[in-house]
Design a protein around this ligand. Structure first.
Ligand code: SAM
Length: 212
């Protein structure tokens, strides 16, 4: 289903600079129309963010692809995602062979993603809670991806990132954010690349914004 639309989307992503074959292959496999509300299914393969209820969004495909490419995944990395939302980003990571942990602070959104993953047989650990605190129990993580924008990089996430690991996180004010691609060189040394002009819903929590 939607094969032509998917192939068109892959072309768009490729033109915008997504060249990682494994990322593009995952976009051919994962059915984005299953992750959006029924009523807007026909927009699922357009390169736009879409509403998923509770004032939240499924990120624009380009943004998902850009962040996934920036993670430079290797083998079967252990990946922590903050902001499960629709579950689409997590499904892309699972499709690419990663061991995925994903945290969502909105209980209904978390439950909906869990139900969808059960129905589709997608294996990932979906956790309900404040992702700015990370998930200590399964740390360290080879990769961390944060899909909501906060005022700064949560210190606990930096701590839970493995040495040699990478984190991708949008940081800024509530209107626009800069994507930070952080490499952890040693326990207290990091190298950061910044790419401006992203727009995310707010990261709300103990080490994020304090209110909606
Ligand atoms: N990755 C998602 C996807 O593929 O659909 C898109 C996520 S949406 C742009 C951001 C999500 O982050 C929202 O569902 C929001 O409730 C969640 N969120 C915001 N602050 C959070 C926090 N502190 N911990 C966990 N989730 C959070």
């Amino acid at each position: 289903m939607y094969e032509t639309e998917k192939e068109e989307l892959i072309k768009v992503l490729n033109k915008k600079g997504i060249t990682d074959e494994n990322v593009l292959k995952a976009f051919l496999k994962v059915e984005r129309h299953l992750f959006v509300p029924e009523i807007i299914k026909h927009h699922a393969y357009s390169d736009v963010a879409l509403p998923i209820g509770h004032e939240q969004t499924i990120s624009q495909p380009y943004t998902v692809a850009f962040m996934t490419q920036a993670l430079e995944l290797e083998g079967r990395n252990k990946v922590l995602e903050i902001g499960t939302g629709s579950g689409f980003q997590a499904a892309i990571l699972v499709e690419m062979g990663m061991k995925v942990f994903s945290i969502e602070r909105n209980y209904e959104i978390h439950q909906r993603a869990q139900k969808l993953f059960d129905e589709l047989g997608i294996r990932a650990a979906l956790i309900y809670g404040d992702g700015t605190l990370g998930w200590e129990e399964s740390a360290p993580y080879d990769r961390i991806i944060v899909t909501a924008g906060g005022p700064e990089v949560p210190k606990r996430l930096l701590k839970q990132l493995a040495v040699g690991g990478k984190m991708v996180i949008p940081v800024g004010d509530r209107k626009t954010q800069t994507m930070q691609i952080i490499s952890k060189i040693s326990t207290d040394e990091y190298k950061t690349i910044e790419i401006p002009n992203f727009k995310f819903v707010p990261l709300i929590g103990k080490e994020g914004w304090k209110s909606e």
